[in-house]
Design a protein around this ligand. Structure first.
Ligand SMILES: C[S@@+](CC[C@H](N)C(=O)[O-])C[C@H]1O[C@@H](n2cnc3c(N)ncnc32)[C@H](O)[C@@H]1O
Length: 189
């Protein structure tokens, strides 16, 4: 039960309910590859995952993890920023997943940035199919994290309902600097 207290676990649970075999999805921040592998298993060999990262190290780790698990075939690894998503993804997608911040175990000064995250998110809202979902793990505790979190919150609050449902999973007592989850769901009407 206590695993449900972790927003990353909740993100995986929600996306497992929404993503189907054969879907096309995007991992906007591949990092160490855990989320890419999770998505690759969900969509299967008939589906496709576009996985972005600006660091070669991250894509190398992601590629190895996918290979070890026999999931490399359904993933396109893209060494570019997610702000260029529109250059690579030309079809409608069921999900775009973000895990913001820095690469765990890597260089903590290389972080996602508000401006590029919002540019990517704007494009992602158009690429998303109806009944599609955008998930964002947001970290505000590291240097630069709080301003990015504020920019993300301002952007998602500006999305109109319908078609958007914007939800948040966050511990609200005690410290508020822990990671939290934002989910954008595009209703079909
Ligand atoms: C918290 S990590 C992602 C963790 C990953 N999802 C996993 O499962 O291990 C954030 C990643 O975002 C990457 N990143 C930073 N700016 C980016 C950008 N503009 N486009 C794509 N990736 C970016 C970093 O290099 C880092 O690897």
């Amino acid at each position: 039960m206590s695993k449900l207290l972790r927003a990353t676990v909740v993100a995986h649970m929600l996306l497992s309910e929404m993503i189907r075999e054969g879907d096309v999805v995007v991992d906007a921040t591949a990092g160490n590859g855990h989320d890419t592998l999770f998505l690759a298993k969900l969509v299967g060999i008939r589906g496709k995952v576009y996985a972005f990262d600006i660091q070669e190290e991250a894509l190398r780790k992601t590629g190895s993890l996918l290979e070890e698990n026999g999931c490399l075939a359904q993933v396109e690894l893209i060494h570019d920023g997610h702000e260029n998503i529109g250059k690579y993804v030309k079809e409608q997608v069921r999900c775009v997943m973000y895990n913001l911040g820095y690469l765990p175990g890597g260089d903590k000064s290389i972080i996602t940035q508000g401006t590029t995250t919002i540019s990517s998110l704007e494009q992602a809202t158009h690429l998303l199919s109806k009944e599609g979902v955008i998930s964002l793990m947001v970290y505000s505790g590291h240097p630069g994290g709080l301003s990015e979190a504020e920019e993300v919150e301002n952007f998602v609050k500006s999305l109109t309902s319908p078609p958007w449902h914007v939800l948040k999973w966050q511990k609200i007592n005690g410290t508020q600097r822990g990671p939290y989850l934002i989910v954008l769901y595009k209703r079909d009407k």
